[in-house]
Design a protein around this ligand. Structure first.
Ligand code: 4NP
Length: 242
């Protein structure tokens, strides 16, 4: 398959992604991180699919609308975290990553969301045990569960699965939808494993904490904090480099 992008970067473990997925409107002349203004209208705190959330925040936008509405400003870099139910691991990943991005004052250049491979919990807030564990670490989880949808493959630069089964399910959905949807040719290459970014842990998957005890939720957060730190570093470093 041929890509329109010329430069490539290596992602830990396996993936080789075209650079244009990272900062699609990147200027070669200056760092995109310097060119972005602190425009609060880029801050996205809700899921575009949930009407109440859209009403609650007129700032809400999908990655694609964020791009088309503002011809002067580059499209935010978008990351979608995915697990099974979208009530434990991926909402926590969304919360942890959002927290780190905010700490570094980079809210305006990121669009962050999460989704599940099943719709069983659609419309529900994250599991109270996950929210409580996150809160103890100073991280708020505000997401409302939604299943993955075809547009995710067009709109997100990166789709990060919590475990191998999630990744397989995402790719299976992609295969199923690609017959009726217009996807970028290499959309499946956007799908990575969260733990491939871990530096301080050897685990290769974020384990499902749903049927376990408190320890499981703490473990999830340990892994997510490790992975999200290096994910953010990687994205920022690549943005500066080009
Ligand atoms: P998650 O955890 O995939 O991290 O959101 C689960 C949530 C719900 C179920 C399983 C895992 N469930 O079986 O309903």
């Amino acid at each position: 398959m041929k890509s329109l992008c010329t430069a490539t970067i290596l992602i830990p473990n396996t993936s080789k992604l075209p650079i244009c997925h990272y900062f699609p409107n990147l200027s070669l002349k200056s760092s995109p991180l310097l060119r972005y203004s602190a425009d609060p209208s880029h801050t996205h705190t809700g899921k575009s699919r949930i009407p109440e959330r859209i009403k609650a925040s007129s700032m809400a936008a999908t990655p694609s609308t964020a791009s088309s509405d503002r011809s002067q400003t580059p499209k935010p870099f978008s990351v979608l975290f995915v697990c099974l139910g979208n009530i434990c691991r991926s909402p926590a990943a969304e919360g942890v990553f959002r927290h780190l991005v905010k700490q570094k004052n980079l809210d305006s250049i990121f669009y962050i969301d999460s989704a599940g491979t099943i719709n069983y919990h659609e419309g529900n807030p994250a599991d109270s045990r996950m929210r409580a564990a996150s809160k103890r670490r100073g991280i708020e989880i505000t997401s409302i569960s939604r299943p993955i949808r075809p547009s995710d493959f067009r709109e997100f630069d990166l789709i990060i699965a919590m475990d191998r089964q999630n990744r397989e399910d995402i790719l299976e959905a992609f295969e199923r939808w690609r017959h009726r949807e217009a996807f970028p040719v290499d959309a499946d290459k956007k799908v990575e494993l969260m733990c491939s970014y871990c530096k301080r842990h050897d685990e290769t998957e974020v384990p499902d904490p749903y049927y376990g005890g408190q320890q499981g939720f703490e473990k999830v957060l340990d892994l997510l904090e490790d992975a999200c730190e290096s994910l953010l570093d990687k994205i920022v470093a690549k943005g500066r480099q080009v």
